[in-house]
Design a protein around this ligand. Structure first.
Ligand code: DOR
Ligand code: ZN
Length: 330
């Protein structure tokens, strides 16, 4: 059995810098028509000059001829003129609460003090992408942030707000409620719960932010996706870290899922009897919500077993060493 996907898109991706950038970009660029590139570099991407320089570096990587990096700015207070200048070269602006995750120290420390920039973004039609967590108890962080999403959605009704990597049943109810709110969901949050991370021997390779939640939350995410929710789309949040940052005390948060994303999604949707919804989940919804026309790219997946390698370079992929029932036709 085969399926063909037209122009798959990864709407949330970390490509990093330097050698890591060169190592990881080809995995996504080979199979996705485009990806939304996160700006949380060591020196955050917070100016048009940095956007241009980072985009150039990405396009110098292998396999990127037929791949569109959709660039983001790191949220800070921008003037209207700065946003006007950047508007045509970015897909949106990514807001991190200060210190909430990897390289977010320069994020927003007071959510109530950013209305001016949000107003400009609304006026200029620049989407707001949000890492929606508080600094509270780890299992409640996303839930505690939902009030902020409600305020954004109500105060800026024409602002397109994207709740990134949602993990809870409560988050789904917010996407349901507001027409100007969309969400990305990752492959791993559709598959794992906290039990997989810490229920047995600790699994650093499944440690990510937001942390995977309860079986009930996972079921709510699956129900939303398998109902063909018109505002919930795929974003891998593939976030590679070298081995020494994963296998150590103080393990970094992030799951490197780029090499397995499409075969695993095919397997997941197939197992649920929902393969017919995959095209929309990995492309159609993103195109309609963001108003983008992706590059043409056809990817064929087949129901043929594939053993996921243990390592790519210095990086352990999601599902390393597992036998998948779907693979990609090269
Ligand atoms: O697990 C995560 N890793 N979550 C994030 O929000 C950031 C990401 C990273 O950059 O490593
Ligand atoms: Zn991320």
């Amino acid at each position: 059995m085969h399926i063909k996907l037209q122009s798959p898109l990864d709407m949330h991706l970390h490509l990093r810098e330097g050698v890591m950038l060169q190592n990881v970009t080809p995995f996504t660029a080979a199979v996705f028509a485009g990806a939304v590139v996160m700006p949380n570099l060591v020196d955050p991407v917070d100016s048009l000059e940095k956007v241009r320089a980072y985009r150039k570096k990405i396009k110098e990587c292998e396999n990127t001829e037929n791949f569109a990096p959709y660039m983001t700015l790191f949220f800070k207070q921008y003037s209207r003129q700065q946003l006007l200048d950047a508007k045509n070269e970015i897909i949106g602006i990514k807001l991190y609460p200060a210190g909430i995750t990897t390289q977010s120290e320069n994020g927003v420390s007071d959510i109530s003090a950013i209305n001016e920039t949000l107003g400009y973004m609304e006026e200029l039609g620049i989407p707001l992408l949000v890492h929606g967590e508080t600094g509270g108890f780890v299992m409640d962080r996303e839930k505690e942030f939902l009030g902020a999403y409600q305020q954004f959605a109500e105060n800026f009704p024409n602002l397109h707000i994207i709740m990134e990597h949602i993990t809870t049943a409560d988050a789904v109810t917010i996407v349901d409620h507001y027409e100007n709110v969309s969400a990305t969901v990752t492959l791993h949050h559709l598959l794992i719960t906290l039990d997989d991370v810490a229920g047995g021997l600790l699994e650093p390779d499944l440690f990510c932010k937001p942390i995977a939640k309860t079986p009930k939350d996972r079921a709510a995410l699956q129900d939303a996706v398998f109902s063909g929710h018109p505002r919930i789309m795929f974003g891998s949040d593939s976030a590679p870290h070298p081995r020494h940052k994963k296998e150590c005390c103080g393990c970094a948060a992030g799951i490197f899922s780029a090499p397995v994303a499409l075969p695993m999604l095919a397997q997941l949707f197939d197992d649920a009897g929902k393969l017919d919804l995959l095209q929309n989940f990995v492309s159609g919804i993103a195109c309609s919500r963001y108003g983008i026309t992706p590059l043409q790219k056809t990817i064929t997946l087949e129901k043929k077993p594939w053993l996921v390698p243990e390592l790519y370079h210095d990086l352990k992929p999601f599902a390393a060493g597992q036998r998948l029932s779907w693979s990609q036709v090269i």
